[in-house]
Design a protein around this ligand. Sequence first.
Ligand code: WT7
Length: 654
Amino acid sequence: MTQESLESYSHENRMFPPSEDFTKEALIPGIEAYQKEYAKSIEDNEGYWAEIAENLEWFQPWNRVFNGDDRPFFKWFEGAKTNITYNCVDRHVHNGLGNKAAIVWEGEPGETDKRVLTYWDLYREVNQCANALKDLGMKKGDRAALYLPMIPELAITTLACAKLGIIHTVIFAGFSSNSIRDRVDDCQAKLVITADGGWRRGQVLNLKSIVDEAIDGCESVTDVVIVKRGHGDPFPCKVKEGRDHWYHRMVQDKPIHCEPEPIDAEELLFLLYTSGTTGKPKGIMHSTAGYMVYAYQTMRTIFDIKPEDVYWCSADIGWITGHSYILYGPLLNGASIVMYEGAPNWPDSGRFWEIIEKYRVTIFYTAPTAIRAFMKWGESWPNQRDLSSLRLLGSVGEPINPEAWMWYHTVIGAEKCPIVDTWWQTETGGILISPIPGATTTKPGSATFPVFGIDADVLTEEGEPTETGLLAIKNVWPGIMRGIWGDKQRFIDTYWCKWGGQYYFPGDGAHKDKDGYIWVIGRVDDVVNVSGHRIGTAELESIFVGHPDVVESAVIGINHDIKGQCLVSFVTVKAGIIATEELVIQLKELVIKEIGKFAIPEKIVFAADLPKTRSGKIMRRLLRDIAENRAMGNVTTLADPSVVEELKRKYSEN
Ligand code: WT7
């Protein structure tokens, strides 16, 4: 975020209290109820979480709610045994919700490609899948990588893994084969679940062929399961005898009941890989009980979820948003969810509004980058549809600019739906800062206040409270990550070194206004948030320097009207090499190969040299000034100040 936008944030003084109608019906009905619950959640934190946990089912009770003896390796609900899938599915079937819609799914092709799974359907399908996985020899503690489109089987197979205690790692289907390989290798996955294909903007993505390339030579993988997405004949794909199994054959005739595996509270539920400041993406570890309780409670209080709601989160299950607020959070609450496979602008830019009208969606959760794209496509798309079923809107993934917030509020929310701008991360497991919809008066662009059980503040590097500084979480909560797979030290160094290890450091800058509202500004490290996708600049730089013609590269994130941020890379080539359009294409192809299309920089600028200090450190701040066309800061510390003028010229030519 630039200084200008920060200024506009701190001058924002429009206030939107929840409507009386909303508050009257809300689970947290107004500010007093909120304050009372919040105070309890902080004063008696363990008691609070124990009480919430009682709403779920346990096979064995805990003997300690929280154990912080081995900081920062926290334990929650120690001694307890439970099963998250049992709580998401079986529990509701036993409680008479079997005939309620769990998943209302629409494929990208639309009308011809729809499915509704009741809780009973989900129960059967998850159990048949779990029984099939058992027959393959998969067991508790094994790792399974899931590379699937947004189809019901993604939910089913994820829940089936969890039912058996198989640690799942879902890989977003936009990632390349090399990214899959890195993840499979890192966690030594035994099983990969994929599909013959998935639809994206009218095209079939051949996922299985990407998987084949990825796991060629990966010795840990013993079995691959292929879901047939195509109707009738499968989409073309290879099937390797002995290793590959068709999902539909594997599950047919399997028993429809499957005993849930009792899982120890701290046993891992999943890994989710995400980018950091250095090196390859890291496997964020989430444990069973704490994550479950946290996803359950934040879903209930922040989305005010009720039995009659139709809830739609437009994210992909491949990201943490999809884990916590498409799958686990809603299902733990027995909600009906809408799940959509495709793009928001296919076959036209009104697709999302068509879906909301068609299924009478009541709660809609999406990302600012999508909202800004909708704004660009124009009001006429949503205006053609009946969106009156909506009662609550959510935003996630990046800061929402006040203009986009206001558009969401007026055009989509008809000025009656509260907006919950939810701040959190892959690492936090669930939302930490957000309005509570029936209680909090919102300000456009502010994620407002920490939610129940969370104590957050804005601090200086030294740990002093300040107006504009670093976001700090001062206590721990059940859903917090349990570490980085295979890298204890990196976990400590990244999140627990600032402020003497006292507070959790998320890597975001923030502003706290005079009313105590928190405005999250964006990352303060070398992580860039492009359309809500997290990309480490170091990852890209190492890809570029892997090209034989490249000497050095510096990648930065700059502001972008729709994407929030976009990537710009500066590249220097070896002496005698001429930087051509062909080289640009090759560099882009490398990014596609190593990460995926979504990580291609907006601009690749060739430079004779990069601005460096006398000790050889690249001055990224100056690169950002150049790319955002700002007056240059102090350049006197540069080893060679003339580099800047040259870069400016190159940049404007590009
Ligand atoms: C980073 C985490 C949380 C699910 C999706 C992203 C940014 C996220 C907000 C928000 C301002 C936000 C932060 C954070 N972020 N939500 N409401 N306001 N910034 O998860 O990929 O782990 O990325 O996204 O910078 O650190 P993620």
